[in-house]
Design a protein around this ligand. Sequence first.
Ligand code: BV8
Length: 247
Amino acid sequence: MAAEVPQVLIEALREARSVAVLTGAGISAESGVPTFRDAQTGLWEHYRPEDLATPEAFDRDPGLVWRWYAWRRELVGGVEPNAGHRALAELESLVPRFTLATQNVDGLHRRAGSHNVLELHGDISRTICSRERLTRDPEGLEGEPPSCPECGAYLRPDVVWFGEALPVEAFETAQEEARESDLFLSVGTSSLVQPAASLPQAALSGGATVVEVNPEPTPLTPHADYTLRSPAGEALSALVAAYKNSV
Ligand code: BV8
């Protein structure tokens, strides 16, 4: 059943000069990637992501953290972008100015064809030296984690852990585009993790119409102008289809 899209929302999208989007783990759920708040499965069911995605966890047990990311990399490597990712890639080509900021590290937006993607929390498929912070290729290297061939420090995934700063340029651009946007979509995020969760507020302060796409309510819900209480794949496909039929 296609999600119902309010006519006023289609008008807002048609009149928008600038659209900004924030996505979270929920948009990848329909690809089969577990969200952060879903209970972890299999051998990771006894661990909380918030306890593993930290520098302290990596210092305490680098092997455990490395193996968790290796498991997630393999999982993400075996899935495909879904209708929600594809709808956002199509929307980018339909509106004058479009910015997609994602908290996800699965690379699925780029694989779906999105171009202007701000990866606020990094990319799980990239590996860096934990000391030099330069990209390193772990292929063929021994050890869990392997050691940097240049300086000997452990390699680590190129993601932002809790307590670590977001990439400055990416987040500042995301803030700027949120403030400048006429329409802001917050898709598949529990709106709990800062500073990403502050972007819809920046959009509101800039006078944007804010839409939340999430089957569940979140702390953003009371502030959003519209809520599409559907899975992202359904809601975003319906929104883009209605927009194309209206122009
Ligand atoms: C920083 C990468 C400072 C790694 C991630 C107290 C109050 C406020 C803030 C803090 C605090 N204590 C600490 C902080 C700061 C902390 C924070 O926000 N903590 C939270 C938990 C309170 N933030 C940080 O530490 C950030 N850094 O502040 O640094 C600083 C500054 C300068 C210099 C030095 C330091 C760093 C945050 C980034 C952490 N890294 N990921 C990895 O992936 O392994 S965050 C992680 O959570 C993921 O990126 C994930 O995306 C993100 C948020 O989760 P969601 O994406 O929202 O996913 P979630 O599972 O929560 O929700 C899924 C949603 O989807 C649900 O609502 C569900 O209903 C919905 N859904 C389900 N199915 C669908 C769906 N929606 C649509 N369709 C569906 N089909």
